[in-house]
Design a protein around this ligand. Structure first.
Ligand code: HEM
Ligand code: HEM
Length: 192
C-alpha cells in the first residue's frame, strides 16, 4: 500500500488521518459524557476529563486541517457503482462530516474560557485569545459564547454529529454486506 490514493484505493496517509480523527471523535464523546454524567463540576476528575476532551478536540482540528489539504491535492478512488441519488447522499454526508469536523473544535474552543493544557499535548491560554476578540469586535462574553455553545452543546454534540456518523457507518456496512463491493475494505488499514 502506497502513501498516496490511487484510482482503486485510499493510500496510507488518508487512512491514517481518517482513523485517527475517528478515534479522536470517539474519545471526545466518551470524555464529554463521562464528565457530564459521572463527575461533579470542578472536581479533580472532572477537570482531567474535560482536559482530555479539549485536547483530543484540538488534536482532531489539527489533523482535519492536514486532511483537508491532503484531500484537495489527491486523486480520489473511483466511486462504487451506485445510483445518482446514492452518490448524492454520500457526497452530502461526507461534506456534512467535514463541516462538523471543523465546526465542533472551533465552537468548542471559542465557546469556553477554560484553558487547555493536557499532559503538555496542548497548551492554549484562552485569556489572551479572548482579550483580542473582545477588543476587535467590542462584544461581551455572554453574547459571543451563546451561539457557539448552542451549536457545540445543544445541536452538534447531542444530535447532528453522532447522527451523521451513524448514517455514515450504516452506509459503509450497506456497501460491504449488501452491495458486497470494496467501499469499506479500501478504507481499512489492512488492505494492500
Ligand atoms: C472532536 C471535536 C469535539 C466533539 C465531537 C465534541 C463534543 C462535545 C459533546 C458531545 C459535549 C457534551 C454536550 C452536552 O453538554 O450535552 C461537549 C461539551 C464540551 N466541549 Fe466539546 N467536542 C469537541 C471538541 C471540543 C474542543 C476542541 C473544546 C475546547 C477546547 C471543547 C470544549 C467543550 C466544553 C468546555 C464542553 C462542556 C463540558 C462541561 O462543561 O461539562 N470541545 N463537547
Ligand atoms: C466505524 C466508523 C467508520 C467507518 C466504518 C467509516 C468508513 C468509511 C469509508 C468506508 C469511507 C470511504 C467512503 C468512500 O469511498 O466513498 C469513509 C470516508 C469518510 N469518512 Fe469514515 N468511517 C467511520 C468513521 C468516521 C468518522 C467518525 C468520521 C468523522 C468524524 C468519518 C469521516 C469520513 C469522511 C469525511 C469521509 C470521506 C473521505 C473523503 O472523500 O475525503 N468517518 N469512511
Amino acid at each position: 500500500m502506497g502513501y498516496k490514493n490511487t484510482e482503486s484505493s485510499f493510500g496510507s496517509v488518508t487512512k491514517i488521518l481518517h482513523w485517527t480523527i475517528a478515534f479522536c471523535f470517539l474519545i471526545s464523546y466518551c470524555s464529554a459524557y463521562y464528565g457530564l454524567w459521572f463527575t461533579e463540576d470542578e472536581t479533580y476528575v472532572n477537570t482531567i476529563v474535560i482536559q482530555i476532551h479539549q485536547a483530543t478536540g484540538i488534536v482532531a482540528a489539527a489533523l482535519v486541517a492536514v486532511r483537508v489539504a491532503w484531500r484537495l491535492t489527491s486523486v480520489l478512488p473511483n466511486p462504487p457503482l451506485a445510483s445518482w441519488y446514492e452518490h448524492l447522499a454520500a457526497r452530502v454526508v461526507h461534506a456534512a462530516l467535514y463541516g462538523v469536523m471543523i465546526m465542533m473544535p472551533v465552537t468548542g474552543y471559542f465557546g469556553t474560557r477554560r484553558d487547555t493544557a493536557f499532559l503538555g499535548i496542548t497548551r492554549f491560554d484562552y485569556t489572551s485569545t479572548w482579550t483580542s476578540i473582545e477588543h476587535a469586535f467590542d462584544i461581551s462574553w455572554d453574547r459571543f459564547e451563546a451561539p457557539l455553545d448552542y451549536f457545540h452543546r445543544d445541536l452538534g454534540g447531542p444530535a447532528i454529529v453522532w447522527i451523521l456518523i451513524a448514517i455514515h457507518i450504516v452506509g459503509a456496512l450497506y456497501h460491504h454486506y449488501h452491495r458486497r463491493d470494496d467501499t469499506l475494505t479500501r478504507m481499512l488499514p489492512t488492505r494492500r
